[in-house]
Design a protein. Structure first.
Length: 253
């Protein structure tokens, strides 16, 4: 479980996060939603330690980030898997080499075991045959799956995904969402996903944190999101006509 407590982040004169408190349980897909510019990426970067919060703390299974030594932080990093907005693969390396990269860097496994582990992860994302291809030779959805395989190579306790569906068609997005969801429940990772994709919210939103103007404006599950009477949440969700219609059908109007 990851807990964030009274998290603030300011850049010079701009307050982006204004005191966010929440908890993200293990084995669940936790979604952070909010308008473009609301601070989702800044929040995720504070959680993973790429940004230092101006105030507040992030607690990893009882371990306070603020109180950790440099060495403890470095060890914690190895428990994290990350998938960024772009798949961020190394173009000059094969798919297999991409997945092996974190193992090369951070594990003491021998070459044979690293190949075996990377191949297992590629099979887990249904890319068992693609290991010898290069990123430029496969589709965007496949690249995202390679990024997922790479993120899980070190068996992370914590998985972070910033807009994993950006640039993908709706059907491929569902494949990616389901994959992240299945891996989360299979390995009991604490998974946090930034998204503004309402399909993801309704598909895998086991815990949803809605941020608005730097505050945690609503929290709940995918079953609660459509019937909430939170005005700011509703104006975010029902900006899409489709979801307004779904709600109206659900309410029998
Ligand atoms: N390094 C930085 N320096 C100054 N301001 C920043 C920095 N990074 C982000 N911001 C500001 O923080 C605010 C939130 O940005 P952020 O990228 O977190 O939004 P977001 O919710 O992830 O949006 P999107 O949905 O478009 O990805 C924006 O106003 C942005 O300009
Ligand atoms: Mg973002």
């Amino acid at each position: 479980m990851i807990e964030i407590s009274d998290l603030h982040k300011s850049f010079e004169d701009k307050d982006v996060l204004k005191g966010i408190t929440s908890r993200f349980e293990g084995g669940k897909t936790n979604l952070i939603i909010g308008q473009s510019g609301s601070g989702k990426t800044v929040l995720l970067k504070c959680i993973v330690g790429l940004f230092t919060p101006t105030k507040g703390d992030v607690i990893y299974d009882g371990r306070s980030f603020v109180q950790m030594t440099k060495k403890e932080r470095a060890l914690l990093r190895r428990e994290m898997g990350m998938i960024f907005q772009s798949a961020a693969l190394f173009d000059s390396m094969s798919v297999l080499e991409n997945v092996m990269f974190p193992l090369d860097m951070f594990s003491d496994m021998n070459y044979k075991d690293r190949v075996r582990r990377a191949s297992f992860c590629l099979e887990r994302v249904n890319l068992g045959d693609a290991g010898q291809k290069f990123p430029g030779e496969i589709s965007g959805g496949m690249q995202k799956r390679v990024a997922i395989a790479r993120a899980i190579a070190l068996n992370p306790k914590y998985l972070f995904c910033d807009e994993p569906n950006s640039g993908l068609d709706p059907k491929t997005s569902i494949v990616i969402d389901n994959l992240i969801h299945d891996i989360t429940s299979e390995y009991k990772t604490t998974t946090i996903i930034n998204t503004h994709d309402m399909n993801s919210v309704m598909g895998i939103g086991e815990h949803i944190l809605f941020i608005c103007e730097g505050h945690a404006a609503w929290e709940g599950t995918k079953d609660e999101v459509m019937s909430s009477d939170n005005e700011r949440l509703n104006s975010f969700i029902f900006a899409s006509d489709l979801f307004r219609k779904v709600r109206d059908v659900q309410q029998g109007e």
